[in-house]
Design a protein around this ligand. Sequence first.
Ligand code: SAH
Length: 225
Amino acid sequence: MAILGAMPEEIAPLLERIETKEIDYANNKFYLANYKNHELIIAYSKIGKVNSTMSATIMREKFGAEVLLFTGVAGALKTGLKIGDVLFATKVVQHDLDISAFGHPFGFVPGSPVFVETDKRLNKIAVDVANELGINLTSGIIASGDQFVCDESRKEWILRTFDAAAVEMEGASVGQVCFALGMPFFIMRAISDEAGEKAEFDFDEFMVNSAKTSANFVLKMVDRL
Ligand code: SAH
């Protein structure tokens, strides 16, 4: 089972609690562990769609992962979502994929769906874990792109165009990999900022805590799988 984050802080809470063996590969580090009868492969991809595509593919093709859980932080798009809140993706979409000049919808290229659905069984387990622990967990569409969104008009556009609840930089590329390779996947995000003006300041202040919240939640899910 793969657990992927984008930044070191997003998997640090896991590495603190699980004894791992480190492997260097493809200019990155992968952490192997035996944890509660699971063979885990843990990594942070580094930021963005290309890096996360590469890591998800490696975790599947080289390390044999059969399920992927993503843990990390995101910017809130919908007004009900506040810093520290947790959500999982029902579907993922690439907000910066744009061949609309040819009459195609935003997020579309031939041969791939605009929205990729996450795994219903994993999502249900997340809901069960949240209920059990009394955690307020929401869900929605998560939009990914190769940009840190800290601009009101871009934020509004992504929200309106895709009805997305949150924005980040890796979920949809991981989704494309998992869709193509038939690997069930789950995308968990804790809110670090609200993706508007000066979001980078909130991000810097709240990222570590939100990353912890997300990682702890995903670890609880592993206990159930
Ligand atoms: N501070 C980092 C850069 C962080 S980029 C550095 O200097 O290296 C933001 C990361 O958090 C990405 O991995 C992305 O998935 C997530 N994220 C959180 N808030 C976001 C937002 N408002 N827009 C896009 N991605 C966001």
